[in-house]
Each structure stands twice: as structure tokens, then as C-alpha cells.
Design a protein around this ligand. Structure first.
Ligand SMILES: [Zn+2]
Ligand SMILES: [Zn+2]
Length: 96
């Protein structure tokens, strides 16, 4: 359980690739082409740092090409779980 608080950039890229390969629909604005991922349940609140199920696509520094929001910035330090409840009606945690 080293590095509980911070992913290395290598780990982040690996996990981001996996999450975005499944879906690049931003969890905040609902548009595609998300380029970053964020924790649904913050690691500081016990969320799993490297669990793809705890990571959701989100627009990062490049922003959304559709609505131009920078969703990750906009979210700030609100728990993503709060944001998720506002937007998603898709049960995207449900596996096969
Ligand atoms: Zn977005
Ligand atoms: Zn958008």
C-alpha cells in the first residue's frame, strides 16, 4: 500500500488507458473524448487508487470539444461521486 495518496504517472497512464478504452464519455458533462480519469470515490475516503471500477473518464486540461468545459477543474475538490449522481443515468458499473 505504498503511495496511497498519489499515483505515479506511469501507473496513472496505465490505468487511464484501460478506463478510456472502455469508455471516453465524460462523467461530468456526458460528452465523449475525455482525456483524463478521476476517482469516483476519493482515495482519501477509502477509494481504491488503482481500481478501474473506481475511475471515471473526465475532461482534463484539454477540456471538452463539445461544451468546452474543463470538467476536472470545474469539479474542483468535490467528491466525484456527488457529480456522478447528477449526470449519469447509465449503469456503467454493471459488468456483464
Ligand atoms: Zn466533460
Ligand atoms: Zn462536454
Amino acid at each position: 500500500m505504498a503511495n496511497r495518496d498519489e499515483l505515479t504517472s506511469y501507473q496513472y497512464r496505465q490505468i487511464r488507458g484501460r478506463v478510456l478504452a472502455e469508455s471516453d464519455v465524460c462523467i461530468v458533462c456526458g460528452h465523449g473524448e475525455a482525456d483524463a480519469v478521476d476517482h469516483v470515490h476519493p482515495v482519501s475516503k477509502g477509494g481504491a487508487p488503482l481500481d478501474p471500477d473506481n475511475l471515471a473518464p473526465i475532461h482534463g486540461t484539454a477540456g471538452c470539444p463539445v461544451c468546452l468545459r474543463k470538467c476536472n477543474n470545474e469539479k474542483g475538490n468535490r467528491p466525484l461521486a456527488d457529480v456522478v449522481q447528477l449526470v449519469t443515468s447509465v449503469d456503467w458499473f454493471a459488468g456483464p
